[in-house]
Design a protein around this ligand. Structure first.
Ligand SMILES: Nc1ncnc2c1ncn2[C@@H]1O[C@H](COP(=O)(O)OP(=O)(O)OP(=O)(O)O)[C@@H](O)[C@H]1O
Ligand SMILES: [Mg+2]
Ligand SMILES: [Zn+2]
Length: 448
C-alpha cells in the first residue's frame, strides 16, 4: 500500500511529513493517507476517437435553469439552478444547510424527481423535518454513503435534482482512508461533478466548514465544483445570509437573506428593514450606511466606541469591517482632520453580521468614530456614504441614486454624501442632501 502525506487545507501531497505544509504554509495540517491510483486502460485510443462538436450546432434554446422555488436562493445562484452544475454549500453546524436543500427538493419534486442522499441523518429524521417544514412534493430519500452506488443510482433513475448531505460522510470503496479525508473528499466530489456534467443533472453537495470558516477538507474541492455558497451571519440571530464565494454562472456579489423559522428558511426580500430593526436614535457612535450587494442596496448600521485606553498600545477591533481599512481611516482622521485617536481604544461593529467590504462605507465609519469621540449623535434619520482617500478627500461612489432611493424608502430624511455624486441627484427628491468634499465636513452632520 502506497501512502503519502496530504494537506487538509490545500490538498497538496508530499512523501515526507512536515510540521508545516510546504505549499500553503498551514501548521500541522498533513496527515498520512493511502495514495489512490485509478486503473487506466493501457491501450491507446486510435486517432479520431474523440468526438467534438461545432458550437454552432449546440442548441441552448431549451430551458437550462430551473427555479429552486426560493427567490433568495435563485438570486444567489444567478437566476436559478443551472442544469448539470455541481454546487457546494457550506456553513457552520446548524446553519440550515440540510433544511434549505430539503425545501428545494420539496419544491422541485412537485413536478420533477428529486433525490436526497444522506449520510448524516436517518430517513425517519428527514421525514420528521419534512413534516415540520410542511413539504408537499414527493422526495426520494436514501441513506447511503457509498459514492459508487450513488452514482449508479443517479445514472439509472435520472432525477432532475440531487442532494448529497454531506461530502464528508461519502466514501469510495477502493480508497482505504476514512470518509472526510483529503483523498476521499477529492475523489467523491470529482465523481459527482462528472456525473452532473455527463447526465446534465444539478447536484448540490453539503460541505462542513472548519473553525476558520473554510470548507473542511481540501481547497481543491472548491476548484472542482461550479459554485460555492456559504451560509454566514450571526448564529445567535434567527436570520442567515447566503453568499457565493464562486459562481461560474452568475455574479458572486449577490447575497441572499433568510430567516430561520419553525417552517424552515424563509427568504427576506427587504434585508434593510431587518438590519435596521430596533436601531436607537440619538446614540453617539452609530451611523447608518447604504452598501450595494450585487444588484440591490442594503442598509446597515455601523457602531463605534472610542474610549480611553488602559494599555500602552491602544486596542483596535473591528467586526464586519476590514481591520486594516479601519486602521487606515483612523490614521486619516488623525492626520487630516486633527481628531486625536492615537491614544484611544476604538471598537467597531457592523450590526447583524453583515460584512462591509465596499469603500463606500468609509464615510459612515468615519462619522461613527467622530460621533463617538465627540460624544455627539449624528442627525436624526440620516445616512452617510462615500469613499475616503488618504488625503482626507471624499471620493464619489457608484450607484449613488440607488442608495438614496433605498434610504427614502426606509424613511430616512438626510443623506451625507460625496459632493461629486450630488450633482446628479434630483434636488426635488424627498431627502435632504448634505455634501462632503473633505473629512472635515463630518461636523456638518453632527448634532449640537
Ligand atoms: N422547530 C424549530 N423551529 C425553529 N428553528 C428550528 C426548529 N428546529 C430546528 N430549527 C433550526 O434548524 C437548525 C438546524 O438546521 P439544519 O439541520 O438544516 O442545519 P445544518 O446546516 O444541516 O447543520 P449540520 O451541519 O449540523 O447538519 C437549528 O440550528 C435550528 O436553528
Ligand atoms: Mg445537516
Ligand atoms: Zn497545504
Amino acid at each position: 500500500m502506497k501512502t503519502a502525506y496530504f494537506c487538509k487545507n490545500c490538498g497538496e501531497s508530499t512523501n515526507k511529513w512536515f510540521g508545516r505544509c510546504p505549499s500553503c504554509g498551514e501548521w500541522n495540517s498533513l496527515s498520512e493517507e493511502e495514495v489512490f491510483e485509478k486503473k487506466r486502460s493501457s491501450k491507446k485510443s486510435p486517432i479520431g476517437s474523440i468526438q467534438s462538436v461545432s458550437l454552432d450546432n449546440i442548441d441552448v434554446n431549451e430551458e437550462h435553469r430551473i427555479s429552486t422555488g426560493i427567490g433568495e436562493l435563485d438570486r444567489v445562484l444567478g437566476g436559478g439552478i443551472v442544469k448539470g452544475s455541481a454546487v457546494l454549500i457550506g456553513g457552520e453546524p446548524g446553519a440550515g444547510k440540510s433544511t434549505l436543500l430539503l425545501q428545494v427538493c420539496g419544491n422541485v419534486s412537485k413536478d420533477k424527481k428529486a433525490v436526497y442522499f444522506t449520510g448524516e441523518e436517518s430517513i425517519v429524521q428527514i421525514k420528521m423535518r419534512a413534516n415540520r417544514l410542511g413539504i408537499e412534493g414527493d422526495i426520494e430519500v436514501a441513506n447511503e454513503t457509498d459514492i459508487e452506488l450513488i452514482i449508479e443510482h443517479i445514472i439509472k433513475s435520472k432525477p432532475s435534482f440531487v442532494v448529497i448531505d454531506s461530502i464528508q460522510t461519502m466514501s469510495h470503496s477502493q480508497i482505504s482512508s476514512s470518509p472526510g479525508s483529503v483523498t476521499q473528499v477529492r475523489e467523491c466530489s470529482s465523481m459527482l461533478m462528472y456525473v452532473a456534467k455527463q447526465e446534465n443533472i444539478p447536484v448540490f453537495i453539503v460541505g462542513h466548514v472548519n473553525k476558520d470558516g473554510a470548507i473542511a477538507g481540501p481547497k481543491v474541492m472548491e476548484h472542482i465544483v461550479d459554485a460555492v455558497l456559504y451560509f454566514e451571519g450571526d448564529r445567535y440571530l434567527s436570520y442567515r445570509i447566503l453568499r457565493s464565494a464562486k459562481n461560474r454562472f452568475g455574479s458572486t456579489n449577490e447575497l441572499g437573506m433568510f430567516e430561520m423559522t419553525s417552517n424552515g428558511l424563509i427568504g427576506v426580500s427587504n434585508p434593510s428593514s431587518v438590519l435596521l430593526e430596533g436601531i436607537a436614535s440619538d446614540v453617539p457612535g452609530s451611523c447608518v450606511t447604504s452598501i450595494i450587494e450585487g444588484s440591490r442596496p442594503i442598509m446597515a448600521e455601523i457602531q463605534s466606541l472610542v474610549s480611553k485606553s488602559a494599555f500602552a498600545t491602544p486596542r483596535r477591533a473591528a467586526a464586519g469591517f476590514d481591520y486594516n481599512r479601519a486602521n487606515l481611516l483612523i490614521a486619516v482622521l488623525e492626520k487630516r482632520a486633527g481628531y486625536h485617536l492615537s491614544a484611544l481604544d476604538v471598537y467597531i461593529n457592523v450590526v447583524g453580521g453583515i460584512k462591509m467590504d465596499e469603500p463606500a462605507a468609509d464615510l459612515a465609519l468615519a462619522c461613527s468614530i467622530v460621533s463617538s469621540l465627540l460624544d455627539k449623535p449624528l442627525m436624526d434619520r440620516s445616512i452617510a456614504f462615500g469613499e475616503i482617500g488618504l488625503g482626507g478627500e471624499i471620493r464619489p461612489v457608484r450607484n449613488a441614486d440607488m442608495r438614496i432611493k433605498e434610504a427614502i424608502a426606509m424613511g430616512y430624511k438626510k443623506c451625507f454624501m460625496p459632493k461629486a455624486n450630488s450633482k446628479k441627484i434630483d434636488p426635488k427628491s424627498e431627502i435632504e442632501i448634505i455634501t462632503a468634499s473633505d473629512i472635515s465636513d463630518i461636523r456638518k452632520i453632527l448634532t449640537r
